[in-house]
Ligand binder design. Structure first.
Ligand code: PLP
Length: 418
């Protein structure tokens, strides 16, 4: 793993580009460049993380060669539903992976560990509950939601009739608006979860509203799943009919998704993943997900997630002290949005200026953004990756001051340009 000073003290070949270069010089050279970029940069992308060497090794293992369409678990028919021979060991692995994830989230929900990504997990969640044309009430992309929560350019916005609840003037999800719109619309599904939302999400009230109007309730906890696992954010289990997540953000595992659902939706979830929307499962990634679940059960994981939240509060506080505007005025989790509306430059300009000094973050719309999605008036900042690399509060405060220098220089340049 890369440490906070940019040294690689891993025992596994995370830098195996030398080996790859022997047969694929172009690919090897590009991996080498990316390896150095990752090692040397301060990584503040809120949806990224560095998984362990064990997760990486599992994902690069011989399991990559195995086809295992279907499911290992005994269904009502009593059949083991795989379409291939030779699945004895991947069957055991996949069942073990499911058990570990239920243990991580202390739940008896059904879990499907095959989704290739968070988007695939959401696709399966909707398919299990809805028919095309059904109504969804959701958080829009502009207000912190995800593309798969109903954006018009995504399958979700094309297949379903999606309406959005708002955030209030401070940027908090407006639960009064959720209730009012739910009663007016009578949606088939109420959806929550976010890619850029810095506050605790009130799953209990959401589920009460869903009950009042007879809607299903689905939570996409992709960003906060690690915090949920560690008790740093309230759990959606027990409230939501379906819970989806990625495994590569705060959970710090391999790229991939999971779908959990109340037992009554188990069969529908499984058939929505395979054969409806995916082919053979990626058993090497499922092995990585199992290792990730084991890691999430360790006491060190709790310590890590707590530090992620403490670091985020410190970083945000340093910006506030320097007079910056932050959406909602702070953070409860691993992420926050700097609101740059008052500046002459855009989120994109700041992203590019930070890139030039080795700080990686991303432009992001702020609520009621006047700029286009390609420009934006904000940047999203997260603390999960650099916390993995050992950053503490003081390191993050120093990062804030460095970004402030970049902002001042950029502001001066833009004013001079004008
Ligand atoms: C809340 C949320 N859901 C789903 C996804 C989609 O995950 P993936 O990129 O693995 O499809 C993301 C990705 O950033 C996300 O933030």
């Amino acid at each position: 793993m890369f440490n906070k000073d940019g040294k690689d003290d891993s025992t596994y070949n995370v830098d195996n580009y030398e080996f790859i270069k022997k047969t694929s010089p172009t690919v090897g050279a590009l991996i080498e460049k990316e390896y150095n970029r990752q090692k040397n940069n301060v990584e503040l992308i809120a949806s990224e993380n560095y998984c362990s060497e064990a997760v990486l090794a599992a994902c690069g293992s011989c399991l990559s060669w195995k086809y295992a369409e279907g499911y290992p678990y005994v269904r009502t028919s009593g059949n083991k539903g795989r379409y291939y021979g030779g699945t004895e060991f991947v069957d055991q692995l996949e069942e073990y992976c499911c058990d570990k994830w239920r243990e991580v989230f202390k739940t008896d929900y059904h879990v499907n560990v095959q989704p290739h990504s968070g988007s695939q997990a959401n696709f399966a969640g909707y398919k299990a509950l809805l028919e095309p044309g059904d109504t969804i009430l959701s958080l829009s992309l502009d207000n912190g939601g995800h593309l798969t929560h109903g954006s018009s350019v995504n399958f979700s916005g094309k297949l379903y009739d999606v309406h959005f609840y708002d955030v209030d003037e401070k940027g908090y999800i407006d639960m009064d608006d959720v209730r009012k719109k739910a009663h007016d619309l009578k949606p088939k599904l109420i959806m929550t979860g976010a890619s850029a939302y810095s506050r605790i999400i009130d799953f209990k009230t959401f589920s009460e509203i869903a009950k009042e109007v007879g809607a299903y309730f689905m939570v996409d906890m992709a960003h906060i799943a690690g915090l949920v696992a560690a008790g740093e954010h309230p759990t959606p289990f027990g409230y939501a009919d379906i819970v989806t997540t990625t495994t590569h953000k705060t959970l710090r595992g391999p790229r991939g998704g999971l779908v959990f659902g109340k037992q009554e939706f188990a069969k529908k979830i499984d058939s929505a993943v395979f054969p409806y929307s995916q082919g053979g499962p990626l058993e090497h990634i499922i092995a990585g997900k199992a290792v990730c679940a084991e890691e999430a059960l360790k006491p060190e994981f709790k310590t890590y997630e707590h530090q992620v939240v403490v670091n985020c509060a410190a970083l945000c506080d340093e910006f506030l002290k320097m007079g910056y505007k932050v959406v909602t005025g702070g953070t409860d989790n691993h992420v926050f949005l700097l609101d740059l509306s008052q500046f002459s430059f855009s989120g994109r300009d700041l992203q590019e200026a930070c890139d030039a000094v080795g700080i990686t973050l991303n432009k992001n719309a702020v609520p009621n953004d006047k700029r286009s999605p390609m420009q934006t008036s904000g940047v999203r900042i997260g603390t999960a990756p650099m916390t993995t690399r050992g950053f503490k509060e003081e390191d993050f405060r120093a990062v804030a001051r460095r970004i402030d220098e970049v902002v001042k220089k950029l502001d001066k340049e833009k004013k001079e340009e004008k």
